[in-house]
Design a protein around this ligand. Sequence first.
Ligand SMILES: Cc1cc2nc3c(=O)[nH]c(=O)nc-3n(C[C@H](O)[C@H](O)[C@H](O)COP(=O)(O)OP(=O)(O)OC[C@H]3O[C@@H](n4cnc5c(N)ncnc54)[C@H](O)[C@@H]3O)c2cc1C
Length: 244
Amino acid sequence: MPRGIVGDELVVNGSKIWTSSAHLADWQELLVRTDPAAPKHKGISWVICDMQTPGIELRPILIMTAPGHHHFNQVFYTDVRIPLSNVVGEVNDGWNVAMSTLGFERGTAGMLENIRYGAVVERLVDMARQRLGASALENDDIGQRLAQLRAEVTAVRAMTYRIASRAAIAPPGSEASLARAFFSQLQQRIRRIALDIIGPDSIELPEDDPWIRPYLRTYSNTIAAGTSEIQRNIIGERVLGLPR
Ligand SMILES: Cc1cc2nc3c(=O)[nH]c(=O)nc-3n(C[C@H](O)[C@H](O)[C@H](O)COP(=O)(O)OP(=O)(O)OC[C@H]3O[C@@H](n4cnc5c(N)ncnc54)[C@H](O)[C@@H]3O)c2cc1C
């Protein structure tokens, strides 16, 4: 069977794992190898794929942090024909396009969550006051951590505003990794303190308790959109100019 560029089409074969919401999507961004002989980051094209194209098969992947909830899929492609006109940027220059879309995913896409997490911290302050008493908030380790989290949520929001302002001039670049690495770990610290406020009772909470699932889910945040290790490599090499 032909594969790669055939006439004015791309013929795609292979599979893609961890595809969020593929079962709901009409279109998918796809990075496909179009020049197998080229070095690793070259020879890739970035293409928009209609999910109704013949040859696409979805298999749901269920996850233990949300029983019964369908979020992930593995997608299989068998001789999927995509018009070459769907390629964004140049054929074989998809890595540069992906760096640009990843800059948005790691930077400005976090804005809604930034704001939501500000409200989560305020709910935690109320919960701590009710459960532990106002004096605990003034003297306790929990009070100090909540104050720190409140400051950090404000800091990450300022970082995101900065990235959004710059995005009006040029697509976000490597600096988006600063916001992503910091915010994904901050979410873990915020969700963790909820369980510390609830204390030993948190072991007995039902799995659909509003503090439990989000806590478990934050562990995937330091993987999605590039792991924290990858974000740190980007910050080190491309923002700070350190050697590889
Ligand atoms: C909630 C969620 C949603 C996702 N949605 C999508 C989606 O919609 N579409 C999609 O395409 N993908 C999606 N992903 C996949 C995600 O982008 C990848 O899982 C992630 O980029 C990590 O890549 P990997 O799984 O190949 O891990 P690997 O690259 O195999 O990494 C394995 C481990 O090795 C470490 N590592 C790898 N390379 C280096 C290095 N150079 N230096 C130091 N450490 C290194 C990593 O930090 C990690 O700990 C999603 C993942 C999650 C968790």
